[in-house]
Ligand binder design. Structure first.
Ligand code: PLP
Length: 424
């Protein structure tokens, strides 16, 4: 059941990265929309289109990527007024958007109601009351999904958002009450349920168990309250392997286990009208992006080889181990080929790799084993397409911001396009 994570850079991808480093300069992110589209196709293939895809914009809100996903997905999940604007700018109709987030402001909720946002994902009873008041202001009916926080969840998720006190969603234990209150709100249309219980899970069995638990909850509450949900959102939590030794999720196994249960659910009278959505971010975009950083200085200090690069924690917080992880583990990192590296490899050496910031936490890798490393060499950090550019403190210490480059498939190679937004 183990699926090996890719360790090497495909030739045409490596060539595009080298070109990006040369022409755009480092630090930069390079995204490959074709890789992301392949991921979407894989999902449709294994689940036999039982799920539509809802892409979580927070994973990467780059406009080109949102546009490239459009034909492959049901819609976008946005989590702020800013993401809502980006989704519209990328050309998505408001009806294709859901709006999650535990702390939406009144202006954000007003905008969602005014636009006729597909569904507002309500995360608390207070928020439900706010949405109701706003619908009365606008004399509108709002479509909402109730986000449920399951009382338990399986082990194996890197981030747990349920099975404990949680700011996300309405506790399963209070859902009966919430549904009762909602049933008397004339301007609220309950379109269905939403669960996103945890993220970054690499264990296929845990993902299956989690989905079965979602289905139990959907079934129980729909039956007890005589509801016919139109939409059921399955927060995927499908992880990607970031570190040496981790394996990719065996999605074929997940689908094999889950598809019969999904069919059984859809066969029940309560779910005749239901559309099932798989809400994911990193599984689609994470492996479709690389972060490039160049070695600026090589130092030797008290027996350690050190490489200091032009972009680090300020551009890529997660690779430094400060985004949802407790212990630092190196991301997979390759040196882009140079003339020198085409010569016979010298003995492997261990390098500690740092960014340019005046803080000890700006460390990209510990004891990275490479055959020599020199000033000007470019390091490519794999699996950097999600929670990279926008999840990093670019302003910290006022260094140059990383650029974003889109590598569009052209024949056997790639053509590069730079996101002009953040040029010097
Ligand atoms: C509500 C919700 N949906 C979707 C996602 C996307 O998660 P991932 O990128 O791990 O697939 C998240 C991540 O935190 C989330 O909170």
């Amino acid at each position: 059941m183990a699926v090996q994570a890719p360790r090497h850079i495909e030739l045409s991808v490596g060539e595009a990265l080298r070109q990006a480093a040369e022409t755009v300069g480092t630090p930069c992110y390079v995204y490959f929309p074709d890789a992301m589209q392949k991921r979407a196709q894989k999902i449709h293939e294994v689940f036999g289109r039982r799920f539509g895809i809802s892409y979580a914009v927070k994973a990467n809100p780059n406009l080109d990527l949102l546009r490239a996903l459009d034909p492959h997905i049901h819609g976008l999940d946005v989590s702020s007024g800013g993401e809502l604007k980006l989704a519209l700018e990328a050309g998505y109709a408001p009806s294709r958007l859901s709006f999650t987030g535990p702390g939406k402001s009144l202006p954000e909720l007003r905008e969602a109601v005014r636009l006729g946002c597909g569904e507002i994902v309500v995360e608390s009873m207070d928020e439900l009351a706010d949405v109701q008041n706003i619908t009365q202001e606008f004399d509108r009916v709002a479509r909402v999904l109730l986000r449920i926080s399951p009382r338990s969840m399986p082990k194996g998720f890197g981030v747990n958002m349920a099975g404990r006190p949680s700011q996300f969603g309405i506790d399963e234990e209070h859902l009966d009450e919430a549904l009762q209150t909602l049933s008397s709100m004339k301007s609220i249309h309950l379109a269905g349920f939403h669960i996103y219980a945890g993220a970054q899970c690499l264990n296929a069995e845990s993902i299956v168990e989690n989905f079965l638990n979602y289905m139990r909850i959907f079934r129980e509450f729909a039956q007890r309250h005589k509801l016919q949900p139109e939409i059921l959102v399955f927060g995927g939590g499908i992880g990607i392997p970031y570190h040496e030794g981790e394996n990719a999720v065996d999605l074929d196994y997940v689908a094999e286990q889950i598809n019969p249960a999904l069919d059984a659910l859809l066969g029940l009278p309560e779910f005749q009208r239901a559309t099932l959505l798989l809400e994911i971010g990193r599984y689609l975009v994470g492996e479709a992006g690389y972060f490039l950083t160049s070695v600026r200085r090589i130092k030797h200090s008290r027996g350690r080889h050190m490489a200091i690069c032009d972009g680090g924690l300020n551009n890529h917080l997660a690779a430094c181990g400060h985004f949802g992880t407790i212990i630092h583990r190196n991301y997979m990192i390759s040196r882009l080929p140079t003339q020198a590296s085409l010569e016979p490899a010298t003995e492997l050496q261990e390098f500690d790799v740092f960014g340019p910031l005046c803080t000890t936490i700006d460390q990209l890798a510990r004891q990275l084993r490479l055959s020599d490393l020199a000033c000007g060499d470019v390091l490519a950090i794999h699996h950097s397409g999600a929670y990279g550019f926008t999840a990093s403190p670019m302003m910290f210490i006022s260094h140059r911001w990383a650029k974003e480059v889109i590598a569009e498939r052209k024949g056997d190679g790639y053509a590069l396009r730079v996101n002009k937004l953040f040029e010097d």
